[in-house]
Design a protein around this ligand. Structure first.
Ligand SMILES: [Zn+2]
Length: 337
């Protein structure tokens, strides 16, 4: 075969392979962020995903410096390094969404950039906490009324030491219920030692419990609500809440890559064994380490106690039901039209 023929044949083969490659089954990431590269300290920082063991701490030193050291010099075999610039983090994140056919419910300060660069894959969500002094009830209501936001979340008031049932959050919950916009509330784990990190001194372990949303649910029975981070590690409280309040869903943000894999699988298995597999949604909680999305998906795919159908429920079907996607939208995500 002469060289020209060989080049043409190779090109044809590449083209055929490309055409034969099927679009991967769609995934909905209910907990994606659009945040700066410097979110967890001067970039680049890394995370052990999943980690094996946490650093020890002698309280004569500051926990913030121990934690920072762990992100700068990760003690594991294959750490995941974040991007050096905001653009690098965004480009990599959007590339992963495209490659794995992921649709991301996305919140954070850079969400408009992400949406402009990938309007088909980014479903904007309105991040909220009491740190943001610009957001009062009127402002939140007018923003949600624009129709731009698919979810009111991440509601991260746990970092303010406030539970979603506290009266100070009441006006915001009423807005989400009245406008029938799904609400995602951070209930569960933040960074290790969060209460000792700068600005987070009101963080408390007791607010990991899903029981904190109970009064909110009774006051607002029409809220479409999901607990981001699935109330980790308060499994008994979570099962009690899922049992008592059948409208509640959870996502597996951060726990799918940020805790030891066995601990994640044990937690996930408990929820499924209790009969609540239809109310678990995939969420990555990708912040500034885009490849954690992939690790999170792998954590579901490798759960040998799940059937293929249960995996598809977690990765797509449950979120599609929760978000009330139409049959047309679902067909489109599957590449059937
Ligand atoms: Zn969170």
């Amino acid at each position: 075969m002469n060289r020209v023929t060989s080049v043409i044949l190779t090109a044809l083969l590449t083209l055929c392979n490309g055409m034969a490659q099927e679009k991967p089954l769609p995934i909905i990431d209910m907990h994606l962020h659009a945040l700066p590269a410097a979110l967890n300290g001067p970039p680049p920082t890394a995370i052990c995903a999943p980690p094996q063991e946490w650093p020890t701490h002698d309280p004569s030193q500051s926990w913030a410096s121990v934690f920072m050291e762990a992100l700068k010099n990760p003690n594991c075999e294959s750490p995941i390094w974040g991007g050096k610039t905001d653009k690098e983090v965004m480009d990599k994140t959007l590339e992963i969404l495209q490659e794995h056919n992921i649709y991301g419910v996305t919140s954070g300060s850079l969400v408009d950039d992400y949406f402009q660069n990938s309007p088909g894959r980014i479903l904007p969500a309105l991040h909220f906490s009491f740190f943001n002094k610009d957001l009062n009830p009127e402002k939140v209501k007018s923003m949600l009324l624009t129709g731009k936001y698919h979810v009111f979340g991440e509601v991260a008031i746990q970092y303010n030491g406030v539970s979603a049932s506290d009266s100070i959050f009441e006006p915001y919950a009423k807005i989400a219920e009245d406008l029938d916009i799904p609400i995602g509330i951070h209930v569960g784990t933040g960074p290790p030692g969060a209460a000792y990190l700068p600005g987070l001194n009101n963080y408390r372990a007791k607010l990991h419990s899903p029981l904190v949303v109970e009064e909110l649910l009774m006051r607002h029975p029409k809220l479409r609500i999901y607990l981001m981070h699935a109330g980790y590690p308060m499994i008994d409280d979570l099962i009690a809440v899922l049992w008592t309040h059948p409208q509640v869903y959870v996502d597996i943000g951060v726990i799918c890559y940020g805790i030891p894999r066995k601990a994640f699988h044990t937690y996930l298995e408990r929820i499924v064994e209790a009969g609540f597999g239809k109310r678990i949604m995939f969420g990555s909680d990708q912040m500034n380490w885009p490849e954690t999305i992939f690790v999170g998906i792998e954590a579901v795919q490798t759960a040998d106690f799940l059937t293929n159908e249960q995996k598809r429920d977690i990765l797509y079907n449950n979120a599609a039901r929760f978000l009330r996607f139409s049959e047309e939208q679902i067909a489109q995500h599957h590449g059937n039209e």
